[in-house]
Ligand binder design. Structure first.
Ligand code: ZN
Ligand code: ZN
Length: 343
């Protein structure tokens, strides 16, 4: 099969990924083989390539927002039928036995495996996974529309749950950064909590424009002051200054949820501007979002179906994976990016 592989770690360059002929996956008895139709492009791929999140082996096929058709099933895999449309996300597996797995926090399992990092992912014509970690796609979604829901959407949903918002009228959610994930969180919040105000902070005027088009109540550039304090902030920017500079606008008892697997350290010095009295005192909290559980993905797919939630998508042919990653790194973004792999 044709597959993009990461062979070495270093700053993104034209040879960060190589398109090669790769052996087709061989199935264990509980696994299914998926012919990939679409795979979302996520910032985590940049983190892997550049070494902030190191793959556990090389070469590895990246990609963890995978949608395709079941074309083969292992001897004991009975959950899906051939040609079912299914998807897979960042959770490739977890141990199922530890305290966290038993408490529904498999995202925190020490044996958590990330798709496209600890197992081959979806930048390829075929992908295999244990049937228990694959999800049937609800009717009404096309592969391209549903692929970004598997990370940008589902982890955005987890971030929204972690804000503890309840949907009351006095709540204000601030979205710090407006890429693939937060534009879905905006749609999700407006669908689930129509009374909650959403304020978007984005550097790029086009992103602010898109935010207002998609229903944000206000959109600001960083450095501008909002009229009211935020109940919660969800940060998806890859750096420090944006979320830290917004902490002064967080209301007492409010929570900043950082939805990044890693931060780039380009502006780490900005952390010295952190002021305890102004930024954290009065029981403000800072919390990270780590990974994803199967329950998050299942719940989110149901909600997405109910709300008819569809991402704004930019598609790329399979051969243009590197171009998509450069566009992502350089911020030439509108919504989510998806590779078209098969039909
Ligand atoms: Zn992702
Ligand atoms: Zn576990």
């Amino acid at each position: 099969m044709r597959a993009w592989i990461i062979t070495k770690i270093g700053p993104l360059s034209q040879d960060s990924l190589t398109l090669v002929d790769f052996p087709n996956p061989e199935l264990a008895e509980n696994e299914i083989l998926i012919r990939v139709l679409a795979c979302g492009v996520c910032h985590t791929e940049l983190d892997e390539i550049e070494g902030r999140v190191e793959p556990s082996f090389l070469p590895v096929i990246p990609g963890h927002q995978i949608v395709g058709k079941v074309v083969e099933v292992g001897a004991n895999a009975t959950k899906f039928k051939l040609s079912d449309l299914v998807g897979a996300g960042w959770i490739y597996s977890a141990c199922g036995k530890c305290k966290y797995c038993k408490e529904g926090l498999e995202n925190l399992c020490s044996e958590f495996k990330g798709t496209g990092k600890d197992a081959h992912g979806g930048y390829a014509q075929y992908f295999k996974i244990n049937q228990d970690f694959a999800f049937k796609i609800p009717k009404g979604f096309s592969p391209v529309e549903v692929a970004p829901l598997f990370c940008a959407g589902a982890i955005g949903y987890r971030a929204l749950k972690l804000t503890n918002l309840k949907g009351t009228e006095d709540e204000i959610l601030c979205l710090c950064g407006f890429g693939a994930s937060n534009h879905l969180v905006l749609k999700l919040t407006k669908g689930l909590y129509p009374n909650t105000k959403v304020v978007v902070y984005a550097r790029n005027p086009k992103e602010r424009e898109l935010a207002l088009e998609l229903g944000a109540d206000l959109a600001f550039d960083f450095g501008e002051d909002p009229p009211e304090k935020f109940t919660a902030i969800i940060d998806t920017t890859p750096v420090w200054k944006p979320p830290i500079s917004l902490l002064k606008h967080l209301a007492p008892g409010g929570r900043l949820v950082i939805n990044n697997i890693r931060k780039e350290n380009l502006d780490k010095d900005f952390l010295l501007n952190f002021d305890y009295a102004r930024d954290l005192w009065l029981e403000k909290e800072i919390k990270s979002v780590a990974n994803i559980t199967r329950k998050d993905i299942e719940e989110f797919l149901e909600i997405a179906k109910k709300l008819e939630l569809k991402p704004e998508v930019m598609t790329y042919p399979f051969e243009s994976a590197l171009e998509a990653l450069f566009d992502l790194k350089e911020g030439r973004i509108k919504g989510a990016k998806v590779l078209l792999i098969g039909s």
